[in-house]
Design a protein around this ligand. Structure first.
Ligand code: PSU
Ligand code: MN
Length: 301
């Protein structure tokens, strides 16, 4: 039911560092052909930190943890690759579908394969029109039930960040800033909201993971919120303006459901002349690196 690559399986068995990587950002979050290069680069960054990358996707109904070169290419370039949240996994398996996994599906499959650390860009969360649409990413609920450490640059700035932070509190998901007491804003180093906890080193993050296991309780995640470096962030004024425009366009065109996130991300790339893409990539790269370091500290347990 779950194919774990030889490299990942051996590393997990030997307690060596492994970092899970999601594939929705590759298939639906980034434009071609850059997406494949980014997928390869993220794996390389994880390796530079001495960890084994485990990119996760479903191909022809088979969930894979750890992709080879051709499989990664399929995710990046194949038409008709679906976007799979965790609820979609049994449907994709039973029907033989292929799809990229979101944070929720990636976290579930990673945890099943024994991978404890996961790097992504921005988490899904509560959308701005929530009172009308009830659109809240399944990422949040799944992270409340899965013992995994997610390194991210906050939640996507297209969301209602304050509401998302409240939901994470309600759901009992631990959130800590890495080297900051501000919750990062994905394209921006600071979302405008504080975090109550700050971790300063990968070893400290691994210490929290140990404490989670020792204390027991619900199998919730640890979110390590790692800001994009200040000098690589998107200009905050430009960000505010284009986000407003993109949200308005989304509403005018009646885009809903799973399509909202890819649509808005693409609009931002277009309306910033590619600058949002660079900030996005800087954030994801930094997260892959930090995840590699946390995985290394965790492996030394
Ligand atoms: N962040 C990005 N690009 C993305 C996503 C996040 O920079 O494509 C994806 C993640 O896979 C996340 C998903 O899990 O969007 C959330 O989508 P939704 O809001 O439909 O749950
Ligand atoms: Mn949604």
């Amino acid at each position: 039911m779950l194919v774990v690559s030889d490299e990942v399986r051996t590393a997990v068995a030997d307690l060596r560092p492994v970092v899970a990587l999601e594939s929705t950002i590759i298939a639906h979050g980034l434009p071609r052909p850059r997406n494949l290069r980014v997928a390869q680069e993220l794996e390389a960054v994880v390796r530079e930190e001495g960890a084994v990358p485990a990119t996760i996707a479903v191909l022809d109904g088979v969930p894979h943890v750890g992709l080879d070169k051709d499989q990664l290419e399929r995710v990046a370039n194949e038409d008709g690759i679906r976007k799979l949240g965790h609820r979609d996994l049994p449907l994709a398996v039973a029907t033989g579908a292929s799809g990229a996994t979101t944070v929720s599906a990636t976290a579930l499959l990673a945890a099943r394969a024994g991978v404890r650390v996961f790097a992504t860009g921005g988490l899904g969360g509560v959308h701005r029109q929530w009172t009308q649409t009830q659109d809240e990413s399944a990422d949040l609920g799944l992270l409340a039930r899965t013992r995994i450490t997610v390194v991210c640059a906050g939640v996507k700035s297209i969301l209602d960040v304050a509401a998302t932070l409240e939901r994470l509190e309600t759901l009992g998901v631990a959130v800590a800033g890495f080297g900051t007491d501000r919750f990062p804003g994905f394209y921006l180093a600071d979302s405008g909201h504080p975090v109550e906890w700050t971790l300063r080193t990968p070893a400290e993050a691994a210490e929290v993971m140990r404490a989670q296991d020792a204390l027991g309780g619900p199998d919730a995640a640890l979110i390590v919120a790692n800001p994009v470096p200040q000098e690589q962030q998107l200009d905050p004024v430009l960000h505010a303006r284009v986000l407003d425009e993109a949200l308005r366009e989304c509403e005018e065109r009646g885009i809903t459901g799973q399509a909202i996130t890819p649509f808005l991300l693409e609009q931002l790339v277009r309306r910033t002349g590619g600058a949002s893409l660079e900030a996005n990539l800087a954030a994801v790269r930094g997260n892959a690196r930090l995840a590699g370091r946390i995985a290394a500290a965790w492996a030394g347990r």
